[in-house]
Design a protein around this ligand. Structure first.
Ligand SMILES: [Fe+2]
Length: 382
């Protein structure tokens, strides 16, 4: 992503800070115009008005918010869970899992990333047994057979890397052990729980390929491995094991929080961290247009400091093409936060190609979301 060619320009015009996100000219609002997901060429522009000070919106580009917590119906199969957003390289579903799956799932369309939003339980797969709990990411390599048993009601965001594989991001100058050490990744075990679930009953495997389901029936439980070796396996990572990169003098960009890299998209995690301390450093996300990427944010837990009227289980979608940034309430704390640290956990998915909204999402959409950047006086006048 970072090595693409572009026309080099380096210029400072008019009144501008020489250091992004710090020491803004008095009374100005900074906007970053960035290519390649803020890895490419960028300009920091200093405006007299907040760049989200719109008074009207028309047309399909507007920012969207969906309250996935209002999806109440459980689906026996992860493949029947409603699609939230999709394009050719990624598909997001929100799944309320049953108490126990009565079949095995096998996604032949790509690696599956489960983000467990609520609940806990046991995952059984080709490779063995793995317990899971809220805040866990589980990467299931393409075509892994798996099922779960819930100990408490499970809700999960499923992020399919269509036709591709997940990898870890390049850690660059901070080295391999920053953010999280690869040694904290857990893999399934061929333990007693795995042996106990084996039986000679009839088992169905639902295989998804090109979004069509085929069912293969065995006269025994095919999760019957007695051993394995290799460098391919599911991995589990809990958000509490992520130690976010930060600087006390600089608001680091979201790319510093990249957790998994798909193909033509990335998955980032926002985890609790102290606010910047330098008096001149911006404390909230800067206004920006992420000019090559659509942005999705799923709110898992905590108080979302840069957004108003957002609660856990909500998902926002900011398509590429317009400027956005902190909500008016958060903007008041841009340089003087009201608390010493954030306590939010959120999952961000940034996609290189345009996303489509799933058919069922209209039922859980907050259509007033686009108005949430208006000041209270303007919003009341609506
Ligand atoms: Fe954004």
């Amino acid at each position: 992503m970072a090595n693409r060619k572009y026309i080099p320009v380096q210029k400072l015009e008019g009144l501008a800070s020489r250091q992004a996100h710090c020491d803004l000219p008095e009374g100005t609002f900074e906007r970053e115009l960035g290519k390649e997901g803020f890895f490419g060429p960028a300009t920091h522009m200093y405006h007299a008005h907040p760049p989200t000070g719109w008074i009207a919106w028309d047309g399909p580009l507007k920012p969207r918010a969906f309250d996935l917590a209002r999806i109440n119906e459980a689906q026996a199969s992860p493949f029947d869970a409603p699609v939230v957003l999709k394009n050719a390289s990624v598909k997001l579903r929100f799944w309320r899992a049953p108490a126990a799956m009565d079949h095995l799932a096998r996604n032949a369309d790509g690696d599956e990333l489960l983000f467990v939003h609520a609940g806990e339980g046991e995952l059984f797969c080709d490779y063995g047994h793995l317990s899971f709990a809220a805040g866990d990411y589980i990467v299931l390599p393409r075509s892994t057979m798996w099922r779960i048993e819930s100990r408490s009601p499970v809700a999960a965001l499923l992020i399919e890397c269509t036709n591709g594989s997940y990898t870890l991001p390049d850690r660059g100058i901070v080295g391999a052990h920053a953010v999280f050490d690869p040694a904290v990744l857990d893999t399934p075990s061929l333990d007693q729980a795995f042996r106990d679930q084996q039986d000679e009953r009839e088992w169905r495997v639902r295989v998804k390929r090109r979004d069509a389901i085929s069912t293969v029936t065995y006269p025994f439980n095919p999760l019957d491995a007695v051993g394995w070796k290799g460098d391919l396996a599911p991995v589990r990572l809990n958000v509490k094991d992520i130690r976010p990169l930060m600087s006390h003098r600089y608001h680091v960009p979201p790319s510093a929080h990249t957790t998994f890299v798909g193909e033509r998209f990335v998955v980032c995690t926002f985890a609790p961290r102290p606010f910047e301390q330098d008096p001149g450093a911006l404390k909230v996300p800067f206004f920006h247009n992420n000019d090559d990427y659509d942005e999705v944010l799923f709110y898992h837990a905590g108080d979302f400091f840069s957004r108003d009227n957002i609660h856990p289980g909500m998902l926002t979608f900011h398509p590429c093409g317009f400027t956005h940034g902190p909500h008016p309430k958060a903007l008041g704390g841009a340089f003087t936060p009201k608390k010493p640290a954030t306590d939010e956990y959120a999952v961000m998915i940034d996609t290189r190609d345009a996303l489509e909204v799933g058919e069922g999402m209209a039922a859980v959409e907050n259509t007033a979301y686009v108005n949430s950047w208006m000041t209270p006086a303007k919003a009341a006048a609506e």
